[in-house]
Design a protein around this ligand. Structure first.
Ligand code: GRF
Length: 207
């Protein structure tokens, strides 16, 4: 298996429903070229950690507040990722912003999912329910999600995939969030990860 699958780390801070969708896609065989080898949380209480433990996946908690400087935090995060020989870093509800120097260590090796159609409702300050509140305030009838590479610009990396969902008639941000998660995020994220994993494995075979 080792050489035929890309080694994935999922970084999260909360519920981890996207992690679960990725694990489910691996179980049902639709994600066949990647394996989640590590889950890293930015806090001790993320429910995603429990999901990882249940699935027998190694976990780590790396909290910026435990480090004296940004550089030391970056080094700790890089160390755990490099120790597990990770090919692809998947951000799934990860609430810390990665520094420019960290991001530059892993070019085209970090992806994120954002719960809107970038460039709408994206960038600094647009996270969690705030994204969906802004969509409701703007009165949009369609929202969706975007999977993109992570670069040094917040929500600014190359777009890999987008999918829409109608939100007309929904008036609570929590309900929009749920609809975007279940109709779009949990569908497109495993699909993109499979595509990227397949590419990684293919490039490895070419050597
Ligand atoms: C998702 O809406 C994702 O787009 C955003 O954070 C949320 C994480 O949800 N980046 P979950 O923890 O995967 O359930």
């Amino acid at each position: 298996m080792g050489f035929t699958t890309a080694r994935i780390a999922v970084l999260l801070s909360g519920n981890g429903s996207n992690l679960q969708a990725i694990l489910d896609a691996i179980s049902d065989g639709s994600l066949e070229h990647g394996r989640v080898e590590l889950v890293v949380s930015s806090n001790n209480s993320a429910h995603g950690l429990q999901r990882a433990r249940l699935a027998g996946i190694p976990t780590a908690v790396v909290r910026s507040r435990d480090y004296a400087s940004r550089e030391e935090f970056d080094a700790a995060l890089s160390n755990v990722i490099d120790d597990h020989r990770i090919d692809l870093i998947v951000l799934a509800g990860y609430m810390s912003i990665l520094s420019e120097s960290f991001v530059s260590r892993y070019p085209r090796r970090i992806v994120n999912i954002h719960p809107s159609l970038i460039p709408a409702f994206a960038g600094e300050g647009f996270y969690g329910l705030k994204v969906h509140e802004a969509a409701l305030a703007a009165g949009v009838k369609i929202s969706g999600a975007t999977v993109h590479y992570v670069n040094e610009v917040c929500d600014g990396g190359e777009i890999l995939e987008q999918e829409t969902v109608r939100i007309e008639g929904i008036d609570r941000a929590e309900d929009v969030q749920q609809r975007v998660l279940t109709h779009v995020e949990h569908v497109i994220y495993p699909r993109v990860i499979e595509r990227l994993s397949k590419e990684i494995v293919g490039n490895r075979d070419d050597r």
